[in-house]
Unconditional design. Sequence first.
Length: 150
Amino acid sequence: MDTNFNIKLSGNWRLQSSEKVSFPGSEVSTRKHISNDWLPAHVPSTVLATLVENGIYKEPYFGKNLENIPPELFKVPWWYYTDFDLSDEQAEKTVLLSLDGVNYKANVWLNGELIADNNTINGAFRRTKLNVSDQIKSGRNILAIEVIPP
Protein backbone atom coordinates (compact mmCIF):
# COMPACT_ATOMS: atom_id res chain seq x y z
CA MET A 1 0.00 0.00 0.00
CA ASP A 2 1.36 3.44 -1.00
CA THR A 3 1.37 5.73 2.01
CA ASN A 4 2.54 8.86 0.21
CA PHE A 5 0.16 11.78 0.15
CA ASN A 6 -0.15 15.10 -1.66
CA ILE A 7 -2.07 18.13 -0.42
CA LYS A 8 -2.61 21.02 -2.81
CA LEU A 9 -2.71 24.30 -0.90
CA SER A 10 -4.31 26.40 -3.65
CA GLY A 11 -7.48 27.49 -1.84
CA ASN A 12 -8.16 28.79 1.66
CA TRP A 13 -5.57 31.57 1.47
CA ARG A 14 -5.84 35.09 2.90
CA LEU A 15 -3.86 38.14 1.72
CA GLN A 16 -2.91 41.39 3.44
CA SER A 17 -0.47 44.25 2.88
CA SER A 18 2.43 44.40 5.33
CA GLU A 19 1.38 47.99 6.00
CA LYS A 20 -1.69 46.60 7.81
CA VAL A 21 0.07 43.79 9.70
CA SER A 22 1.61 44.88 12.98
CA PHE A 23 3.10 41.57 14.09
CA PRO A 24 6.07 39.50 12.85
CA GLY A 25 6.01 36.31 10.79
CA SER A 26 6.58 34.19 13.88
CA GLU A 27 3.21 35.44 15.13
CA VAL A 28 1.38 35.52 11.77
CA SER A 29 2.20 31.82 11.42
CA THR A 30 0.81 30.89 14.83
CA ARG A 31 -2.50 32.77 14.81
CA LYS A 32 -5.37 30.34 14.61
CA HIS A 33 -7.60 32.99 13.09
CA ILE A 34 -6.64 35.85 10.79
CA SER A 35 -8.88 38.90 10.84
CA ASN A 36 -11.68 39.23 8.31
CA ASP A 37 -9.94 42.29 6.86
CA TRP A 38 -7.52 39.89 5.18
CA LEU A 39 -8.74 39.23 1.64
CA PRO A 40 -9.66 35.74 0.43
CA ALA A 41 -7.10 34.58 -2.15
CA HIS A 42 -6.22 31.63 -4.35
CA VAL A 43 -2.74 30.62 -5.37
CA PRO A 44 -1.14 30.85 -7.73
CA SER A 45 -2.16 34.47 -8.05
CA THR A 46 -0.65 37.91 -7.92
CA VAL A 47 -1.54 40.56 -5.38
CA LEU A 48 -3.16 42.63 -8.12
CA ALA A 49 -5.25 39.70 -9.36
CA THR A 50 -6.47 39.09 -5.80
CA LEU A 51 -7.37 42.77 -5.37
CA VAL A 52 -9.33 42.68 -8.63
CA GLU A 53 -11.02 39.38 -7.71
CA ASN A 54 -12.18 40.93 -4.43
CA GLY A 55 -13.60 44.02 -6.16
CA ILE A 56 -11.04 46.45 -4.71
CA TYR A 57 -10.02 47.51 -8.22
CA LYS A 58 -11.59 47.00 -11.64
CA GLU A 59 -9.99 44.87 -14.35
CA PRO A 60 -6.71 46.76 -15.00
CA TYR A 61 -6.47 45.81 -18.66
CA PHE A 62 -9.77 47.43 -19.60
CA GLY A 63 -10.00 51.07 -20.61
CA LYS A 64 -8.09 53.35 -18.23
CA ASN A 65 -8.67 51.25 -15.11
CA LEU A 66 -4.93 50.77 -14.61
CA GLU A 67 -4.59 54.51 -13.94
CA ASN A 68 -6.76 54.10 -10.81
CA ILE A 69 -4.45 51.55 -9.17
CA PRO A 70 -1.80 53.22 -6.98
CA PRO A 71 1.67 51.77 -7.73
CA GLU A 72 2.69 52.36 -4.07
CA LEU A 73 0.61 49.31 -3.12
CA PHE A 74 3.16 47.07 -4.76
CA LYS A 75 6.30 48.59 -3.23
CA VAL A 76 5.75 46.89 0.14
CA PRO A 77 5.65 43.20 1.10
CA TRP A 78 2.33 41.34 1.15
CA TRP A 79 1.41 38.42 3.40
CA TYR A 80 -0.19 35.19 2.19
CA TYR A 81 -1.66 33.01 4.96
CA THR A 82 -3.26 29.58 5.01
CA ASP A 83 -3.83 26.74 7.42
CA PHE A 84 -4.26 23.02 6.90
CA ASP A 85 -4.66 19.88 8.96
CA LEU A 86 -2.55 16.73 8.99
CA SER A 87 -3.30 13.41 10.60
CA ASP A 88 -0.88 11.78 13.05
CA GLU A 89 0.18 9.39 10.29
CA GLN A 90 0.82 12.22 7.79
CA ALA A 91 2.76 14.34 10.31
CA GLU A 92 5.18 11.45 10.97
CA LYS A 93 6.27 11.31 7.31
CA THR A 94 8.83 13.36 5.44
CA VAL A 95 6.92 16.47 4.39
CA LEU A 96 8.04 18.65 1.49
CA LEU A 97 6.58 22.08 0.77
CA SER A 98 6.75 22.99 -2.92
CA LEU A 99 6.44 26.64 -3.89
CA ASP A 100 5.91 27.04 -7.62
CA GLY A 101 6.61 30.58 -8.70
CA VAL A 102 7.17 33.00 -5.82
CA ASN A 103 7.88 36.45 -7.25
CA TYR A 104 10.19 38.09 -6.18
CA LYS A 105 11.55 37.35 -2.71
CA ALA A 106 9.91 35.71 0.27
CA ASN A 107 10.19 34.82 3.92
CA VAL A 108 8.33 31.58 4.66
CA TRP A 109 7.04 30.78 8.14
CA LEU A 110 5.44 27.54 9.32
CA ASN A 111 3.99 27.15 12.80
CA GLY A 112 6.04 30.04 14.19
CA GLU A 113 9.37 29.07 12.62
CA LEU A 114 11.16 30.74 9.73
CA ILE A 115 11.80 27.90 7.27
CA ALA A 116 13.22 29.96 4.37
CA ASP A 117 14.24 33.59 4.15
CA ASN A 118 14.54 36.04 1.29
CA ASN A 119 18.15 34.96 0.66
CA THR A 120 16.89 31.45 -0.13
CA ILE A 121 13.82 32.55 -2.09
CA ASN A 122 15.11 35.33 -4.26
CA GLY A 123 14.35 35.77 -7.95
CA ALA A 124 11.58 36.02 -10.49
CA PHE A 125 8.98 33.23 -10.22
CA ARG A 126 11.28 31.18 -8.01
CA ARG A 127 10.42 27.49 -7.59
CA THR A 128 11.52 26.03 -4.28
CA LYS A 129 11.07 22.74 -2.44
CA LEU A 130 11.56 22.79 1.34
CA ASN A 131 11.73 19.90 3.78
CA VAL A 132 9.40 20.97 6.60
CA SER A 133 9.28 17.66 8.44
CA ASP A 134 10.68 19.20 11.64
CA GLN A 135 8.19 22.10 11.66
CA ILE A 136 5.06 20.17 10.72
CA LYS A 137 2.73 18.76 13.36
CA SER A 138 -0.36 16.66 13.70
CA GLY A 139 -3.54 18.74 13.59
CA ARG A 140 -3.63 22.38 12.51
CA ASN A 141 -0.59 23.84 10.71
CA ILE A 142 -0.26 27.50 9.77
CA LEU A 143 1.78 28.68 6.77
CA ALA A 144 2.56 32.37 6.26
CA ILE A 145 4.54 33.72 3.31
CA GLU A 146 5.77 37.30 3.20
CA VAL A 147 6.27 38.13 -0.48
CA ILE A 148 8.72 40.97 -1.01
CA PRO A 149 8.80 43.00 -4.24
CA PRO A 150 12.04 43.67 -6.13
